[in-house]
Design a protein around this ligand. Structure first.
Ligand code: UDP
Length: 259
């Protein structure tokens, strides 16, 4: 193949531009956990395409700057093992159903991201090779290095876990700089900001305080895993435009949970 100096120079210029942007960012590789409920929009159930497209736009904006992003999406908008158990379905079976529901959400997000030009791969912890890739850690890392957004589906692949724990596990495996938890509120408050106008948002919190005060940020197992691996958890609002980008740059409104 002929050496094309012009193409090489253009590619290098793009690399330098991306690196310039990267200097502005505190976190270069992150795992973003999105709860299933965040995809419902105004509805009480299911997937609201407009909302998925809006969140995909947030991810695309951060991705455009050259940041490496992986996603874990829950399934509370479709199916929760614990609630289904109450209706008489055996717990493990109900949990497998919950995990399958996360695959639906992952495919919806993949579709939304690809429609706006973001290359993605879905990797499922439960192999289903006609639908998506199976989870292979080294392959996922490679995808991210190549600029693809990786969406991890089917949680941990095990019943009795949640997608919060799956997010923490993948964040550790992918050697992420931070675990971002996108929620409906812009951080962790000392009381419910929806009912108490005087509620105060914590700027930072220690893993220890979150665990000992049983603050409902994420599952205890997810917090413990992040503590062991010293990965900060950043709780922020996915409702606000540009919040993801701001948080990755190290500013923006959030609560940072660290040692
Ligand atoms: N689930 C599971 N193992 C996992 C992840 C999820 O069994 O590793 C099941 C569990 O039944 C859970 C459901 O999938 O209720 C949906 O996940 P989650 O409740 O974490 O979704 P979110 O609250 O984030 O929308």
């Amino acid at each position: 193949m002929r050496y094309d100096r012009a193409a090489k120079t253009a590619a290098l210029a793009t690399d330098i531009e991306v690196e310039d942007h990267m200097a502005d960012y505190q976190y270069n590789r992150v795992l973003l956990k999105i709860s299933g409920e965040a995809l419902m929009g105004e509805h009480e159930y299911g997937i609201d395409t407009e909302t998925v497209t809006r969140i995909a736009g947030e991810v695309a904006a951060a991705h455009e700057k050259g940041l490496q992003i992986a996603l874990v999406i829950g399934a509370g908008n479709i199916f929760r093992g614990l609630s289904a158990q109450a209706t008489g379905i055996e717990r493990s079976t109900a949990d497998y159903m919950g995990m399958l529901a996360t695959v639906m959400n992952a495919l919806a997000m993949q579709s939304a991201l690809e429609q706006i030009g973001v290359p993605t791969r879905v990797q499922s912890a439960i192999p289903m090779q006609t639908v998506c890739e199976s989870y292979i850690r080294r392959r996922a890392v490679r995808h991210m290095e190549k600029g693809r957004v990786v969406i991890f589906a089917a949680g941990t692949g095990n019943p009795y876990f949640t997608t919060d724990t799956a997010a923490a596990l993948r964040a550790a495996e992918m050697d992420c700089d931070a675990l971002l938890k996108g929620t409906q509120v812009d951080g962790v408050y000392d009381s419910d900001p929806k009912t108490n106008p005087d509620a105060v948002r914590y700027e930072t919190l220690s893993y220890h305080k979150v665990l000992s005060d049983d603050l409902k940020v994420m599952d205890a197992s997810a917090i413990a895993l992040m503590r062991e691996n010293n990965i900060p958890i950043i709780v922020f609002s996915l409702q606000e435009m540009g919040a993801l980008d701001a948080v990755m740059a190290g500013h923006g409104t959030s609560t940072i949970i660290k040692a």
